[in-house]
Write a protein that binds this ligand. Sequence first.
Ligand SMILES: Nc1nc2c(c(=O)[nH]1)N[C@H]1C(S)=C(S)[C@@H](COP(=O)(O)OP(=O)(O)OC[C@H]3O[C@@H](n4cnc5c(=O)[nH]c(N)nc54)[C@H](O)[C@@H]3O)O[C@H]1N2
Ligand SMILES: Nc1nc2c(c(=O)[nH]1)N[C@H]1C(S)=C(S)[C@@H](COP(=O)(O)OP(=O)(O)OC[C@H]3O[C@@H](n4cnc5c(=O)[nH]c(N)nc54)[C@H](O)[C@@H]3O)O[C@H]1N2
Ligand SMILES: [Mo]
Length: 784
Amino acid sequence: MNTALEKGKFVYLDKPQNTITTAAHWGALNVTVENGKVIKSEGSLAKNHQNELQDVVADQLYSPVRVKYPMVRKGYLDGNPDTTLRGRDEWVRVSWDKAFELISTEIERVRRDYGSESIFGGSYGWYSCGALHASRTLLQRYLNVTGGFINTKGDYSTGAVQVIMPYVLGNIEVYAQQTSWHTIVENTELLVIWSSNPLNTLRIAWTSAEPEGIDYLAKLKAKGKRIICIDPVKSETCQFLNAEWLPINTGTDVALMLGIAHTLITENKHDHDFLTKYTVGFEPFSDYVLGKTDNHPKTAQWASQICGIPADTIQALAHAFVENRTMLMAGWGLQRLQHGEQSHWALVTLAAMLGQIGLPGGGFGLNYRYSTDGLNTHSGVRIGSINAGKPNPAMPFFPVARIADALLKPNQPFEYNGQTFHYPNIKLIYWAGGNPFAHHPDTNYLVKAWQQPDTVIVNECYWTPTARMADIVLPATTSYERNDVTVSGDYVVKNIIPMKQVVPPQFEAKNDYDIFAELAKRAGKEAEFTEGKSEMAWLQTFYQIAFEAAEKMNNPLPTFDEFWAENKVLSFDTENKNSFVRYQDYRHDPIKHKLATPSGKIEIFSETVAKMNYDDCKGHPTWFEHQEYSGKTTTAEPLALVTPHIKYRLHSQLAYSSLRQYYEVNGREPLLIHTQDAAARGITSGDIVRIFNKRGQVLAGAVVTDGIMPGTVALYEGGWYDPQDLGSTSPLCKNGNPNVLTRNDGSSKLGQGNAPNTTTVQVEKFEGEAPKVTVFEEPSFITL
Ligand SMILES: Nc1nc2c(c(=O)[nH]1)N[C@H]1C(S)=C(S)[C@@H](COP(=O)(O)OP(=O)(O)OC[C@H]3O[C@@H](n4cnc5c(=O)[nH]c(N)nc54)[C@H](O)[C@@H]3O)O[C@H]1N2
Ligand SMILES: Nc1nc2c(c(=O)[nH]1)N[C@H]1C(S)=C(S)[C@@H](COP(=O)(O)OP(=O)(O)OC[C@H]3O[C@@H](n4cnc5c(=O)[nH]c(N)nc54)[C@H](O)[C@@H]3O)O[C@H]1N2
Ligand SMILES: [Mo]
């Protein structure tokens, strides 16, 4: 790989006096504590762009919606088997000892009566960063040392694309290092930001955000590059860059790409040499595009009818793409769809037709969303992290977004990635560090599914909608109440960051690590869980990996003790000018660097996929009509819904914080609606609106704008579910969780990814007195 490391050394960054250094997904933080209380927090790294997520550490610690004590649902404690009471029962405060006792005896009972294959520990979610206090990994470590559990495959981010890409490119691609930002700034002439909003999404990382990612957007702007954003929403990125906005109907990008491909083929502008040398299967694809196989040529006019972009603009795009060094930078919203696999497959095909894959600043990029991707390996070191231990190989699995089906269809078959599997029979759910009642589509269906198991246990810092739906809730510390260590960026590792405990655990909160260590102890497996190590001993072990790597590179790091005592960010002191170009090696030598596909080449047609014989995924990229989209609206549901990620939160995290002031409308989640669609409904900005369809109904506050495609409305993912009358047929979510409206069905039999952006709805002005949002208040409880 051409990832030559810059020369440089690690130095401590200065920080304001009397601050404590820690970190979160949204960056390294300096926190000021006075009289034992946090009074201020700010980013520790140089920042040219404000990241407000860094300012609210105090809100996170002292939020009234924190879980303060171990809690058990009253009916559960009383032995009432009615699981429909979940989410609307009373809460009873219990002692830690009682909670541990309840959990360990229940897990033992379920294992004994139904086996480990009835315990769900998949527990998807973006729990806080830190190499040690990784709640989901710790839960799985505990479940592994005590016998095993049902896990999941994939994620909600790239559920569809990560399953198709191995057939096309030989790897999942979406988490691979991409052509560096530096290379793009230097070489790209035309940047197409396709279904992506990096100004927002680069604010966070799986580890800790590295602000350099966003700096590169400013550099692109300063260079005056031509930038086009293809998106139903005029995103913050589009606005910041003054880019050309091409509004498109949600879920119709494949049609647009086929229209561009048709233009290129009929004008003979595609790169024959590249296609021959580096790809297989262009011919059947080309026959399909020209309509030879289905009598429907995918002309620019045809595409225009579907995607809403004028035909001459589509042709002009085709010309601009071939005439410039063009980077097709795709986000992931366009694959959180029914048939989501097709979007990126068609995009890679289009890039292959342009023949610029492997050239500096050309081709495609599927991973510029978070983790500061595009900032490539820099310091060359990494730190260690806690692992989930040895999995029990006999345990069943299912694709992560099939959780509701798994619960409702025990032992039934399902298709996935060319094979038939069976859902397990889940008797117990243990969740730590995720929020399925925010993240999973079709909330009402999930409510039903959630009533299936005997027991639901949740470790949480806050009374999230998911905590409210549990039988037993354990109060977890936030990352500011414990010691940990992390880095900035996932590949770049420019900074090693001590995460020093800022304040003691609040109320009765405990660290997930200590919770699972105690449960392991009660199962006689403490030594296997802890390996005899304390918190600090683990951190030292993790740091040591970086220490030794740095020593080998003649770039010594301070000892762990010194690093910890110093409590400052250790930063690699050179600018990252990594000029990595994705697929450059393959372009130079396609034999030596052949891809891990059956042909060793980019597969525009995949025999393997074709042989699966799926009706919803063919052998080459195909336009499929979605069940619900702009082209299939009804009188009852005339609008398409898109559910982007919001600037001022990470999913559902921080929804309770003061950052709400930046986006809430009339106390609720904002709904973006086009001026024409609003006028037709007598809606003005600030109105409370009801958004509804056959699956459910939510309230939100209207934001009337020209910055959205007419006929599409946008409601951000991560809004907390706040049902009025849970238990009724269609409870009204008072706050505006979009997933009350979205479809549970998977992207296709191949990927089975989550597909929330395939949704149609109706919107009306809400008349009368709207019910108050109550989900950010602590639920009342009794103490025995
Ligand atoms: N409609 C729609 N739905 C979507 C998406 C979309 O685009 N549209 N996007 C999807 C995507 S990409 C994703 S990744 C998912 C995200 O879904 P999630 O990852 O489930 O969302 P988060 O809100 O980040 O949930 C993390 C939870 O962990 C808790 N937590 C944090 N730290 C700790 C800790 O130390 N211990 C414990 N026990 N808990 C902790 C937080 O309080 C929070 O409730 O949502 C998906 N859902
Ligand atoms: N601030 C912040 N940053 C985040 C997150 C967060 O919640 N908040 N979440 C993180 C996570 S886990 C993930 S997976 C990534 C998500 O990164 P992405 O998946 O790329 O983010 P989205 O906001 O879902 O989609 C990006 C853009 O695509 C548009 N879009 C949606 N559907 C379509 C479509 O069919 N066609 C086209 N052309 N455009 C479409 C949306 O309007 C949005 O502007 O972001 C990460 N970064
Ligand atoms: Mo994600």
